[in-house]
Design a protein around this ligand. Structure first.
Ligand code: HPA
Length: 270
């Protein structure tokens, strides 16, 4: 893996990805942040050596390097999911590349269903902790100890200082921000009523199909991590309506300006 990481990193450095401080992963329907960036360089996923092969859906995926709120950032426009057939090592490979490029902080966003029925669609949840329900670990491979501590500590997976800053920014900007536990499932099917009930019982406030693998690897690499869920649907097992993906994406877009404010204002303080 070390050789692959070096190859991919050198390719990006040659393209002008010069020592970004912050890495950002944008979730489904959450691409508007890009328009706020002064873009300096970009690379399509299917041109970066050793990047997972792009699926059809993935055509537009690219890594962008530029300036946001005065800081050098590298942004993943589109991410890889296990439900597309990628391994957990594939899904998290870009995090290892961003770390090698120089990032010290990783900010992650996703679209998620609200399990906590006090949380409403269109609102945002700051992730305080998570439950990995993807059935395996992105660190479960031979040679992982060459890249970091195999038995990675997960007692504080999301950085407390950054989360406090995000909470203060939310208050200052009148943004309703919940805080809670994100459970990550494989998907791509949505959950059954019984599964939503179970998620509630085990302590999840939101559910989605991403983020946890990337956060585990970011912790493996000792990066500071923060993540927010844009809540796109309400998962009430006693009143469950058929899923409407178009509505989920539309709802992500609606809440997105608030997410952008949180990230932009945070980056100014880093
Ligand atoms: N379940 C899983 N993933 C999701 C959901 C959901 O209800 N909403 C948005 N992403």
């Amino acid at each position: 893996m070390t050789k692959y990481i070096t190859e991919s990193t050198e390719y990006l450095q040659k393209k002008g990805f010069d020592n970004p401080e912050v890495g950002i992963i944008l979730g489904t329907g959450l691409g508007q942040l890009i328009s706020e960036i002064e873009v300096i360089a970009e690379a399509s996923y299917n041109h970066i050596p050793n990047f997972p092969t792009a699926t059809v859906e993935f055509h537009k995926g690219k890594l962008i390097y530029g300036i946001l709120a005065g800081k050098k950032v590298v942004v993943m426009q589109g991410r890889f999911h296990v439900y597309e057939g990628y391994s957990l090592q594939d899904v998290t490979f870009p995090v290892r590349i961003m770390e090698k490029l120089g990032i010290k902080t990783l900010l992650v966003s996703n679209a998620a269903g609200a399990i906590n029925l006090g949380f409403k669609k269109g609102e945002i949840m700051l992730i305080d902790d998570h439950i990995n329900l993807q059935g395996s670990s992105p660190l479960a491979f031979k040679g992982v100890e060459e890249l970091g501590e195999r038995f990675t500590d997960m007692s504080v997976p999301y950085n407390h200082d950054i989360n406090s800053k995000i909470e203060a920014i939310a208050i200052a900007n009148n943004i309703k921000l919940h805080k809670g536990v994100y459970a990550s499932v494989v998907g791509p099917q949505l959950e059954t009523r019984a599964e939503y009930r179970m998620l509630n019982i085990i302590g999840a406030d939101a559910v989605g199909m991403s983020t946890v693998p990337e956060v585990i690897v970011a912790n493996h690499l000792n990066l500071k991590v923060a993540a927010v869920s844009v809540l796109t649907d309400e998962c009430d097992p006693n009143n469950l309506k058929p899923v409407d993906i178009a509505e989920i994406i539309a709802m992500a877009g609606k809440a997105e300006p608030n997410m952008i404010t949180l990230f932009k204002e945070l980056i100014k303080t880093l």
